[in-house]
Design a binder for this molecule. Structure first.
Ligand code: AMP
Length: 514
């Protein structure tokens, strides 16, 4: 089924319901949105001359046009290529070239006449660029509407470029079926969504936040784009207070910023229904603080572009179940398998390991990608033996809760023993002066590798490395403790808030190798 039917259906059932808001201002109803979508789709296939299956890239910050463009693309039988708007022009050029996009919708700062646009057009000669704040764009919405194109379940809907914390991004091929399965599993495993709810696009719509649109289109809820178009804790607090029942997706680093802001104002996150967090590790100390400040509004998901938003979830109930004897272990876990996928922890030969044993996390089910776009080698290295090999390492407990250790490439092997940086980071974060930390391996002539920690202190506090060493000695094996502490003002992160451990490791490479 073409995902565009989700919007058409809701527009028929609830035509007058508010669909899109910019800040607190209503912009369109569901019927109005569906009308514009059908007309823009008509322009894409008509005036723009695109054929079914062609790629249309979106290089936009969060804005109301995002949603209508996504649906117009699917309505017209085309493939959406959402690109993070904060990428460098050269990184954008790589994605445009790799995806062979025919059309690019851009925002302010990337007008068709800009130097960046000239570079993109040189890379992809057929590329046409339309700025969404331009008259050309407005004219698209006055075109003759068309009917929704037929789509087979495995037809490509969204080419999702990985955030590329290492190497070049790869185009994850997500089909209509993949995204529909992801959507239905939200209701089963993440949260209920109701017509009176709203989804607040505070994290980039090119990533997980945008993927949660389907859930809210399906039930006829409001889609709220903050005026800043970005993650601004003060703005989120105000919008939630005035619009009520808002849910949002946020990376753990964003949750931390929101919690700090709410706590500083003595609030409790009033008006926020649910914060779904994931995309990177949520440390136990941060999860406890978020629960204490925001109350029972948290759900965690673990996923990756290759099985979007859908591998495991830690439900609101599990967050709140403080009386459970293993509550803290559960809070430090990523929860249980989503109902639409099978998840196992496997040894190097792909054999399923029993509870308690650590191995690679493998996934299969309807959310798993079709492969990497035009990259059979990477596809074969990731999808084999019937499973998606996530590259993440972890273990199940006897109750089916999965605890992630690290990406396999982040594991430190010191004197032949494995050190999982996450375990050391969890300990260091218990110190009240430590705001953020990243543990990585540095080459050691004696041990092969040894752990070192990069620490960001909570201003104005500071902490001597010796105190952190003591803390580690109290809770983890001696060989796991960091051999050096480096204090930074902030950790290097990518545009989705993920810590760039490669950049930290690079500091220890001999000159010329980095
Ligand atoms: P991406 O494909 O950019 O969304 O990155 C996916 C990766 O982020 C996963 O393979 C994990 O390594 C990490 N990740 C996602 N969700 C979580 C989570 N809840 N806890 C820890 N790491 C996570």
């Amino acid at each position: 089924m073409n995902l565009a039917h989700l919007l058409a259906r809701t527009a028929r059932v609830f035509p007058e319901r508010p669909a899109l808001l910019l800040g607190t201002r209503a912009i369109s109803s569901y019927s109005g949105l569906a009308r514009r979508v059908a007309a823009i789709a008509g322009a894409l296939r008509g005036a723009c001359g695109l054929q079914a299956g062609e790629r249309v890239a979106l290089l936009l910050g969060n804005c109301p046009q995002y949603l209508e463009l996504l649906y117009a693309i699917w309505h017209a039988g085309l493939v959406a290529v959402p690109i993070n708007s904060k990428l460098h022009a050269r990184e954008v050029a790589f994605i445009l070239e790799d995806s062979q996009a025919s059309l690019l919708f851009s925002g302010a700062g990337a007008a068709p006449s800009s130097p960046a646009a000239a570079m993109w057009s040189a890379c992809v000669p057929r590329l046409r660029i339309i700025a969404v704040d331009d008259g050309d764009y407005q004219r698209l919405a006055t075109s003759e509407p068309i009917a929704i194109s037929a789509a087979a379940p495995d037809d490509l809907a969204w080419l999702f470029y990985t955030s590329g914390t290492t190497g070049r991004p790869k185009g994850v091929m997500l089909s209509h079926r993949n995204l529909l399965a992801m959507t239905l599993s939200y209701f089963a495993d993440v949260d209920q969504a109701l017509p009176a709810d709203g989804i607040l696009y505070a994290a980039p719509m090119s990533h997980g936040a945008g993927m949660y649109n389907f859930v809210h289109v399906l039930v006829g809820a409001r889609h709220v784009v903050p005026e800043s178009g970005a993650f601004d804790a003060a703005e989120i607090i105000e919008l939630a207070r005035s619009l009520r029942q808002l849910s949002l997706f946020a990376a753990p680093t964003m949750v931390r910023r929101l919690v700090d802001r709410v706590a500083a104002r003595g609030g409790d996150g009033e008006g926020i229904k649910t914060i779904v967090y994931g995309g990177g590790p949520m440390y136990l100390a941060d999860a406890q603080r978020a629960l204490a400040v925001l109350g029972n509004r948290l759900v965690q998901i673990y996923g990756q572009g290759e099985s979007p938003m859908t591998i495991t979830a830690l439900s609101r109930q599990h967050h709140a179940d403080r009386d459970h004897p293993r509550h803290l272990e559960r809070l430090a876990s990523v929860g249980v398998a989503h109902s639409v996928v099978e998840v196992i922890v496997a040894d190097a030969n792909g054999r399923s390991l029993p509870a308690g044993e650590v191995g690679e996390i493998l996934v299969r089910g309807d959310t798993v990608m079709q492969g990497y776009w035009h990259n059979p080698q990477a596809t074969a290295a990731t999808l084999y033996g019937g499973w998606l090999h996530t590259g993440d390492v972890g273990s199940f407990d006897g109750d089916g809760f999965l605890t992630l250790r690290d990406r396999s490439k982040d594991v430190i092997i010191s004197g032949g023993a494995n050190i999982y940086p996450r375990e050391v980071e969890e300990v260091l974060l218990q110190h009240p002066a430590v705001a953020e930390v990243a543990v990585v391996g540095r080459p050691s002539t004696e041990w092969g590798e040894e752990a070192v920690a990069f620490v960001v202190c909570r201003p104005p506090m500071t902490v001597p490395g010796g105190d952190l060493d003591q803390l580690c000695l109290q809770s983890i094996a001696r060989f796991k403790r960091p051999r050096a502490y480096f204090f930074l003002a902030e950790l290097p992160k990518n545009h989705y808030g993920k810590v760039l451990k490669n950049e930290l490791r690079r500091r220890f490479m001999p000159p010329g190798e980095n």
